[in-house]
Design a protein around this ligand. Structure first.
Ligand SMILES: Cc1ncc(COP(=O)(O)O)c(C=O)c1O
Length: 395
């Protein structure tokens, strides 16, 4: 009997990530994902070409416009985010810039939380004014947001949890505000991943990802994605095509391969992060641990309400300040001293030399970042080994 997708209904993240977008129910189908390593595609006849030109039949033409391997990645991301559609892009910034440029035009304004990824912040600060788009910033608690809205405001852009102190934006509050003022709501869901947070289900219009991070998960590819309503994704897809910001099929393969283990990676990485956060909280040289899973975190209750896990990013402030923080980073052996996050290898960085470089002490304090703040991206190594690395690096 020929098996069809109708034989079983699946809804779990792990199953969706492994199976959605792939048709393996025919003889000699490859179980592994095939890479359509091609720039262009053939037509069977001029009649087929004519039908495509008339918009009567969809077709793959040219990889910048679309490619079967990219489609598999897009279907998986849409399924995981609970979205109608998704589009992949060459990087997180390609997805974020294409999404914002498809939603905003000259004369428009966007309200954005201040603590967004540095690249996003700088794009809004340096590029948007040249295009006649104004940005108004609000803190993560959205205090006073109603004072920022005016008839030109078209979008609300947020990121939660924030980097590096893992503060949370109240998703229900953000959605309610966007709906009240008829704004397109966008969220960078990179830090949580759809395993821990599904903003579309809560009413967000667009979810964005640096798929370089948890979705791909192995620190071996640069990738981005946007998910949301079909009509909005269609516009973003056009923008990606105009800008030439399309994903390469080889990158799509790595993204798909990574996503197949996203759920299990995320669960294990969250559990290890919790173990490390508790260890660090008791350490005499640590002044403060920033991890939403700890009762001491200011957004712990909100995290319990809106997230399905507390994430695998954490930060801590060392009592010895910058000197102690540099010493810790230089002594760490398993935690690699490297930018980025979300992969199987645990990483450590000093925010004052990365995301918060060149900020005054007052700006750092406003972001709750100390010169001695250390950020960890907890990977998939054994928790005992990671604790031993923390112990020896702090000794
Ligand atoms: C939260 C967040 N959003 C977006 C980006 C940008 O993604 P990419 O480097 O894939 O362009 C990053 C990258 O560090 C990030 O951490």
């Amino acid at each position: 009997m020929k098996k069809t997708k109708k034989t079983i209904k699946v809804s779990g993240d792990a199953t969706l990530a492994i199976h959605v977008g792939e048709d393996k129910f025919h003889k000699a189908a490859s179980v592994g994902v095939e890479i359509a390593r091609t720039a262009n595609f053939t037509f069977a006849s001029t009649e087929e070409m004519k039908r495509w030109a008339e918009g009567k039949s969809p077709a793959y033409i040219y990889t910048r416009y679309g490619n079967p391997t990219l489609t598999i990645a897009e279907k998986k991301i849409a399924a995981l985010e609970g979205a109608e559609d998704a589009v992949v892009a060459a990087s997180g910034m390609a997805a974020i810039s294409s999404a914002l440029l498809s939603v905003l035009k000259a004369g428009d304004e966007v309200i954005a939380t201040r603590q967004v990824y540095g690249g996003t912040y700088r794009m809004m600060r340096d590029m948007f004014p040249r295009m006649g788009i104004a940005v108004r910033h609000v803190e993560a608690d959205l205090a006073g947001i109603e004072r920022l809205v005016n008839p030109r405001t078209k979008a609300l852009y947020i990121e939660t949890p924030t980097n590096p102190t893992l503060r949370l934006v109240d998703l229900h509050k953000a959605v309610a505000f966007a709906k009240e003022w008829d704004l397109i709501s966008l969220i960078d869901n990179t830090f949580a991943s759809p395993v821990l947070q599904k903003p579309i289900e809560m009413g967000f219009d667009l979810v964005l990802h640096s798929a370089t991070k948890y979705l791909a998960g192995h620190s071996d590819v640069i990738a981005g994605a946007a998910a949301g309503r079909e009509a909005l994704i269609k516009e973003i897809r056009h923008m990606i095509i105009y800008l030439g910001a399309s994903m390469d099929p080889e990158a799509a393969f790595l993204l798909i391969r990574g996503m197949k283990t996203l759920e299990v990676r995320m669960r294990r990485q969250c559990a290890t992060a919790m173990t490390l956060a508790k260890y660090l909280e008791k350490h005499p040289k640590v002044a403060r641990v920033h991890y939403p899973g700890l009762a001491s975190h200011p957004d712990h209750r909100l995290a319990k309400r809106q997230m399905r896990g507390f994430g695998a990013m954490l930060a801590f402030d060392l009592k010895g300040g910058l000197t102690a923080a540099r010493r810790f980073c230089d002594r760490a052996r398993i935690f690699l001293l490297a930018a980025s996050l979300g992969g199987v290898d645990s990483l450590v960085v000093l925010p004052i030399y990365t995301s918060h470089y060149n900020m005054s002490l007052a700006e750092l304090r406003a972001a709750s970042v100390e010169p001695g703040t250390v950020r960890l991206s907890v990977g998939l190594e054994d928790a005992e080994d990671l604790i031993e690395d923390l112990r020896q690096a702090l000794a």
